[in-house]
Design a protein. Sequence first.
Length: 435
Amino acid sequence: MRSALWRILRETVISCFNHRVTGLAAEAGFFMLLSLPPLLLGLAGTVGYLHGMIGGSTINDLKADIIKASASVLSDKSTQQVVVPLVNDVFDSGRADIVSAGFLIALWSGSRALNVYVDTITIMYGLSGKRGIVRTRLLSFTLYVVGLLLGMFLIPLLVAGPELVVKAFPHFAGTVHVLYWPVLVVLSVCFLTSLYHVSVPVRTPWREDIPGALVALLLCILGSFLLRLYLATTIDGPTVYGSLAAPVAVMVWMYFAAMAVLIGAAVNAAIDQVWPSQETAQARAERDKEKAAEEIATAMEHLRAGRHRGAPGDWKPSPYEHDERHDEMEDTVIHGELPDIAEPPSEFPERWAIHARDAKRNDTGTVNGRNNGARRVGDVPPRPTGAPPANGQPPSLQMPAGQALPGLPLDDTAWPPPPSRPPGADPEHARRDAP
């Protein structure tokens, strides 16, 4: 059990580093923060149509709160010239253009943040590409709408604590203090578990995603506690951010929340790696087969392209340019395969480890009747460093005396030439030279 827990911890850390959890959390937090202003503006425009139902006093209180919050961020001149006229215009009479534009921008940016979660969770499980782009965007949009409805209720309670509920319902203060945290924890765990559950492209048991949801919730609570300490320290006293302390605090909390969600997803993915479920294991096996088929198809396309490029007169290599055809040939030869391609360039025969016409002579090591030593297919000679001399042999190619260049006959390409031997120096030579 201890070794399994250690493996889960190790896989979680590796997954967080490999999938850039900190960077993706910043991306998700940015889009969530970007969705807040148009969302609030759209809600304010909607309130303008409900003036008779809500009442004038409630709308005036909302306007005063918005102007007060804007004054803490913007200057007095900007607040009076921009915010106050806009708030009065939106709340006093409904603005269809503001409502539609605000909600569209909020839905786009918010669903973009959820798309980060869905994509990252899918990749962590090793199922990238299992779900299409359109389905992913539709799922992100649906999750954002559902999360928006729950977040409007959960986020203020999670940050402010039970005092906010007690202030709204003073007669039920005792019950609120008893049931506040259990109800909040259950709702948060259910939402996070559902997020992890639907983000995986294959259907797995819902309960298997609970551990990651618990980890994410604990990290969110820790982040909220640190945020409350930060606000209590900076708002009452001097701060380097000045009037930007509140927006910075919201941005930091969103970053922590996004990181907590991704870390919880990494925990679930690590558990699935240690104890894989039947559904995810089968999906990963199918994905591996698809990848292998794609790689084979790509290799065949490259081979066909190499044959086409290798037609006589179509390919002229330059010693100063990267030679992709040589790389393909060299990689194939090193693995012991002989590709059926066109003739290599005669200017640099030493670049080519072996040609297909000499494959039958590799096992014996015999070339033109002479024992040249057994050569393996992967024996690649060194590349030349200078231009070939007039005789066609590069000066930097150092070959033992009498040894043939790979793939070419010894009589034509021996470099340096073999030392001359008098007739009769050895019986084989004498028999070959005898009339």
